[in-house]
Design a protein around this ligand. Structure first.
Ligand code: IVH
Length: 705
């Protein structure tokens, strides 16, 4: 049962039979057992192929085909509920072209009748469990799953535990309570609740749920509603089903949504209406990019006609309405074959296992490699070469192998052993230190580490050398043109034109980009050195404190660790790096090559700024009289003026305070008393310098003193 495998069947008839069997099997796993074996993405591929073949071969049509039927049979654990009107499914548009084609069909269907311009309602396609909720005379009486669309399961007691659902509907003022109201919508598990549930499963050593939808379905199928109550399920209403006649019929879907909202049902706030297909598509693509901004999972956008009369004209096909379509986002999970597991060597020597995959389209691009993080992860996931594995690529996250599909493990697939030697030509020993998750190549001359260091140096977060990617770097190192990043700065356009993929203009462009990137700010250079643990934030803090790369390298571990945002681990890593002679030589080569490592003047300016005393006395006039133990008269005046204050020789009505030491001038003291100017002793002066507060004058000063 695997979409990723080559079709084994030869004739269309055989293939259709095979696909029907597979789709039926997965329907059962998904709808009845809450235990999907394959990701939705794979399932959609199977169904799409089956539908295509059935359309091409009408002679092989079968009304019982799982491509026609909706969902799965209701499982026997819960009492059956017959839906008064069937809960149909939706047709899918798997890309922009299919959405447009649907839109064209709708326009054509309506134009043939009266040329009306339709309004499209776009709703998020919530990835949960479709249910029908029945209220009689305003009271909640029943909830049922969709089941096969005709008969679902009674989940009344479990759904009753969902907080966001009203027990009784409260009609807006002036409207009567309908005798019967059926609300359809999606029960879902918010991502936060899902993560908490899986964290608890981890703690208890229990099996994790594969995704929030599966967790929601499992939570609804609990025998004990108190368990459902703990699962924090939620609901979005998107349709009114049966509705008795007391409520005046409305003409538009959006009016029903308003009614649902007014009756107290959660209606998703991201609903939008459009009158152009271009806008509909733009909206779909927007959510494709932003799907992870939400605290619930969506797998597409449902586009519906707003006008109910227009809906009526278009009607239904055998399985779905013609007036709606589900624009499905590209799947973020697919299965494929794990061909091999290899390790890559990073710039710090870390050996990271990665999966070599049969290429698969997932998360919007074709993936042929995915990280496996480290040795323990491979063991915990128990993925073995030859396995069929689930690959996930969500948003900007790098592709990863989620785990194997155990049912599809080939005979003889052996657990993978972490290699003992570096894959580089030197083949040095890989070491895993006690208590560390990572295995490392500790050979300083490892050519793979060297390549990665140069790639990292040029990368966007570091020196940001435009146009210098992995392929160019490996060509440069293979030809001996770059041993470390300092060699980049002496490259000529002539040398570059010899490389694959370079012509004269691109070579000149790269030389210029390298030269331009020689003058990046110090924090970037610090980051680019690729010192273990030293990232951009700590680099920024160190540059602010020390000004130049060389000063950072000359600092002691204690001095480094004293900087805010730099702990002892980073500090030690830096001093260890700086102590190594090849690294010192490398820094010297960088400076010689013209890379800006920060100037002493800039460092001095930074130091002055850092030393700059807070201007707590700005606008204040403080007169000093007599001798203070800790200050000469000049020092006391400097302490005032360097904090922004003025310190004239005599007291006037502008004076904010008089500081007195031993033997103050009698006239100053008398004048201060006469004008009501506060008189401060040595301790109050210290407080003043620190905080700018004058006891007896400023609010809070008394509290402090
Ligand atoms: S409307 C006849 N609206 O997607 C139209 N369905 O693939 C009935 N779904 O069965 C469905 N969000 O489980 C509709 N905003 C939404 C939806 C939605 C999620 C689910 C629902 C439906 C399935 C179709």
């Amino acid at each position: 049962m695997n979409a990723a495998r080559e079709p084994a069947a030869r004739t269309p008839e055989d293939r259709i039979a095979e696909l029907r069997e597979q789709v039926a099997h997965h329907n059962r796993q998904y709808h009845e057992l809450d235990d999907p074996e394959i990701p939705d993405g794979d399932y959609d591929v199977l169904v799409a192929e089956l539908r295509r073949l059935e359309a091409e071969h009408p002679e092989l049509a079968d009304p019982a085909s799982p491509a026609v039927a909706v969902g799965g049979a209701a499982s026997t654990a819960f009492a059956p509920v017959v839906h008064t009107t069937p809960m149909t499914s939706l047709d899918n548009a798997m890309d922009a072209a299919e959405l447009r084609a649907w839109g064209e069909r709708v326009l054509k269907g309506l134009r043939d009748l009266d040329g009306a311009v339709p309004t499209f309602v776009c709703e998020l396609k919530i990835d949960g469990v479709a249910v029908s909720l029945r209220y009689e005379r305003g009271r909640y009486v029943r909830a049922a799953t969709r089941g096969d669309g005709r008969v679902g399961e009674d989940v009344t007691a479990n759904v009753a535990t969902i907080d966001v659902l009203p027990d009784a509907v409260a009609p807006p003022d002036g409207t009567s309570v309908p005798e019967v109201l059926e609300v359809r919508g999606e029960i879902y598990m918010p991502v936060g609740s899902f993560d908490a549930l899986n964290a608890a499963a981890d703690d208890a050593g229990e099996r994790r749920f594969v995704n929030p939808r599966n967790a929601a379905a499992g939570s609804l199928r609990q025998k004990d509603p108190s368990i459902t109550a703990e699962r924090h399920l939620a609901f979005w209403a998107y349709q009114v089903g049966e509705l008795s006649a007391e409520v005046a019929p409305v003409g538009h879907h959006t009016e029903y949504l308003d009614l649902l909202s007014a009756l107290g049902f959660p209606v998703n706030p991201e609903m939008r209406t459009f009158t152009s297909l271009d806008d509909v598509l733009a909206h779909c693509l927007h959510w494709q990019d932003h799907r992870h901004d939400l605290d619930y999972e969506i797998d597409g956008v449902v586009v519906k006609l707003d006008d109910l009369a227009q809906r009526e004209r278009l009607g239904f096909t055998s399985r779905a309405p013609r007036w709606a379509i589900a624009y499905k986002f590209p799947p973020e999970e697919r299965t494929t074959r794990l061909l091999d597991i290899k390790v890559s060597i990073g710039r710090t020597g870390r050996a990271t296992p990665f999966a070599v995959l049969d290429p698969v389209f997932v998360g919007g691009s074709t993936v042929s490699m995915a990280t496996l993080h480290n040795q323990d992860q491979v063991r915990v996931k128990d993925v073995r070469p030859g396995d069929t594995v689930v690959v996930r690529k969500a948003g900007d996250v790098i592709p990863e192998v989620v785990g194997p599909v155990p049912a599809l493990r080939p005979d003889g697939a052996e657990p993978w052993e972490f290699p003992t030697t570096c894959p580089c030509p030197l083949g040095s020993t890989l070491v895993r230190q006690e208590g560390e998750a990572d295995t490392r190549c500790i050979e300083p001359t490892c050519p793979f580490q060297r390549d990665q260091r140069i790639i990292y140096w040029a990368s966007r977060g570091a020196m940001d050398i435009e146009g210098l990617g992995e392929r160019t770097v490996t060509q440069l190192t293979e030809r001996g043109l770059a041993r470390d990043p300092s060699d980049l700065y002496v490259l000529t356009a002539d040398q570059l034109t010899d490389l694959e993929g370079f012509a004269r203009p691109s070579a000149e462009k790269l030389v210029a980009a390298i030269a331009e990137a020689a003058h990046r700010p110090v924090p970037r250079v610090l980051t680019a050195l690729g010192i273990k643990h030293l990232g951009p934030a700590a680099s920024q803090a160190l540059a602010a404190e020390f000004g130049t790369v060389e000063r950072v390298m000359a600092a002691t571990a204690d001095e480094l660790a004293a900087v805010d945002g730099v702990g002892p681990v980073i500090a030690r890593s830096i001093t260890e790096w700086a102590e190594q002679e090849p690294n010192r030589a490398f820094l010297a080569r960088l400076r010689a090559a013209g890379v800006d490592l920060g100037s002493e003047e800039a460092a001095a300016a930074a130091a002055a700024e850092r030393a700059a005393v807070p201007q707590v006395l700005a606008g204040r006039t403080i007169v000093v009289s007599g001798t203070l133990d800790a200050y000469t008269r000049e020092e006391a005046e400097l302490a005032i003026t360097s904090r922004g204050g003025a310190s004239p020789g005599s007291v006037s009505k502008k004076t904010d305070a008089l500081v007195v030491g031993a033997s103050p001038g009698a006239s100053k003291l008398a004048k201060a008393e006469q004008l009501g100017v506060p008189v401060l002793d040595a301790a109050a002066f210290e407080h003043l310098l620190e905080t700018g507060e004058i006891p007896g004058r400023d609010a809070g000063a008394e509290r402090n003193s």
